[in-house]
Write a protein that binds this ligand. Structure first.
Ligand SMILES: [Zn+2]
Length: 300
C-alpha cells in the first residue's frame, strides 16, 4: 500500500492513520469488522440451531395434538417440544409429490414429533445419521422392488414416508399399526450401529434378550400365538423390533398383558414406560450411556 503523499509504502499503522487516506482506512476497518463479526454471527446461528429455546408456534400447534405429547408432564412437554425443534433445525424435509404437493408445518411438526417420541428416553439422541426426510403424498412406487411402499429408511441417511400412511397411523392410535413409529424404529436401530455421536446407545444385553425373544416366537409352531405382534414381525429381527415398537406405543397395556417379558425388554431398551404413572418422569439429562442406565423413564 503506497502513501499518496510520499509515493512510498506505509511503514507503520500510525503513518497510515496519520495520512488522509480515509478510504483505505475505512476499507481496512470494514474488513476487520467482517472478519470479527462473521464467526460470531455463524456461531450464534449454529448455537440457536442446536439449542433452541422453544418450539416455533406454527409447529407447536400440531405437536400439541399428538396423544403422546398430551400424556407428558408439563416439564417433559417443554423438553419434548425443544427436541422437536432441534430435529426440525437439523433435518431437511423434502416433498416428493410434484408441483401440487407442498410441505406444510403440520408434516414437519408431526414427523419430528414421531422421531422424538421413540427416542425420548435418550436425551441427546438426534438421529444424527439421518439428514433428509423425504415425504410422498401417498404410497409411492419403488423401481428397485417394483412395489408400492409406505415408507423406508435408507442407509445413506434418508427417512422416506408416505404422508397419507403417516396420518393413518396416528388417526387410529390403538391398533398397533403406525408407519412413523415403524420407520423411526428402523432408523433408531440403524443409528445405534453407525459410529457417530449416537453410537451404541441401545443396551447390548437387552438387544440380545430381544433377539432371544425373537427366536422363541419364530420357532413357535403357531406364530399366531400372539394376537398383537403381526406375522410380518417375524420376517427378521429388524421388523420384529419395529413392529414391537408400534405396539409398545399404541397399545402398551395389551402388550404388557400378553407379552410381559417383551414389554419389559422394550421398555428398558427405549428407556421409557408409557404405563407408569405418578412417578418421577425425567430421563437422565447428562448422558444416555448405558453405564448410567437405571431404568425406564416414566410418563404420566
Ligand atoms: Zn419395516
Amino acid at each position: 500500500m503506497l502513501n499518496p503523499a510520499t509515493g512510498a509504502p506505509y511503514e507503520s499503522w500510525q503513518e497510515l492513520f496519520a495520512s488522509s487516506d480515509y478510504i483505505l482506512v475505512l476499507i481496512m476497518f470494514s474488513a476487520a469488522a467482517v472478519l470479527l463479526v462473521m464467526p460470531i454471527f455463524y456461531g450464534i446461528k449454529s448455537y440457536k440451531r442446536f439449542y433452541p429455546r422453544a418450539l416455533r408456534p406454527e409447529y407447536m400447534l400440531y405437536v400439541g395434538q399428538m396423544s403422546y405429547y398430551q400424556r407428558l408432564s408439563p416439564l417433559e412437554q417443554k423438553r419434548f417440544a425443544i427436541r422437536c425443534q432441534i430435529f426440525i433445525n437439523t433435518k431437511t424435509f423434502i416433498p416428493r409429490g410434484g408441483k401440487g404437493f407442498v410441505l406444510v408445518p403440520e408434516m414437519i411438526a408431526k414427523i419430528a414429533a414421531s422421531a422424538v417420541e421413540i427416542s425420548f428416553g435418550f436425551p441427546k439422541m438426534g438421529f444424527e445419521h439421518f439428514s433428509r426426510i423425504l415425504i410422498y403424498p401417498t404410497d409411492y412406487y419403488s423401481r428397485i422392488t417394483r412395489q408400492y411402499h409406505k415408507g423406508e429408511v435408507n442407509v445413506r441417511g434418508m427417512i422416506v414416508l408416505s404422508w397419507s400412511s403417516f396420518q393413518d397411523g396416528y388417526a387410529k392410535d390403538d391398533d398397533g399399526i403406525n408407519l412413523a413409529i415403524h420407520e423411526m424404529a428402523h432408523a433408531l436401530k440403524l443409528e445405534n450401529r453407525i459410529e457417530n455421536g449416537d453410537y451404541q446407545f441401545l443396551n447390548a444385553q437387552l438387544m440380545k434378550a430381544l433377539r432371544d425373544e425373537f427366536q422363541r416366537l419364530s420357532t413357535l409352531q403357531s406364530p399366531a400365538e400372539s394376537t398383537l405382534i403381526r406375522a410380518y414381525a417375524l420376517t427378521n429381527i429388524h421388523e420384529f423390533f419395529a413392529v414391537l415398537c408400534e405396539n409398545f406405543f399404541e397399545r402398551p397395556s395389551a402388550l404388557q398383558h400378553e407379552q410381559p417379558q417383551l414389554y419389559s425388554i422394550i421398555s428398558r431398551l427405549l428407556m421409557q414406560n408409557p404405563l407408569a404413572q405418578n412417578e418421577m418422569s425425567i430421563a437422565p439429562s447428562n448422558s444416555y450411556a448405558m453405564s448410567d442406565f437405571s431404568g425406564p423413564i416414566k410418563r404420566n
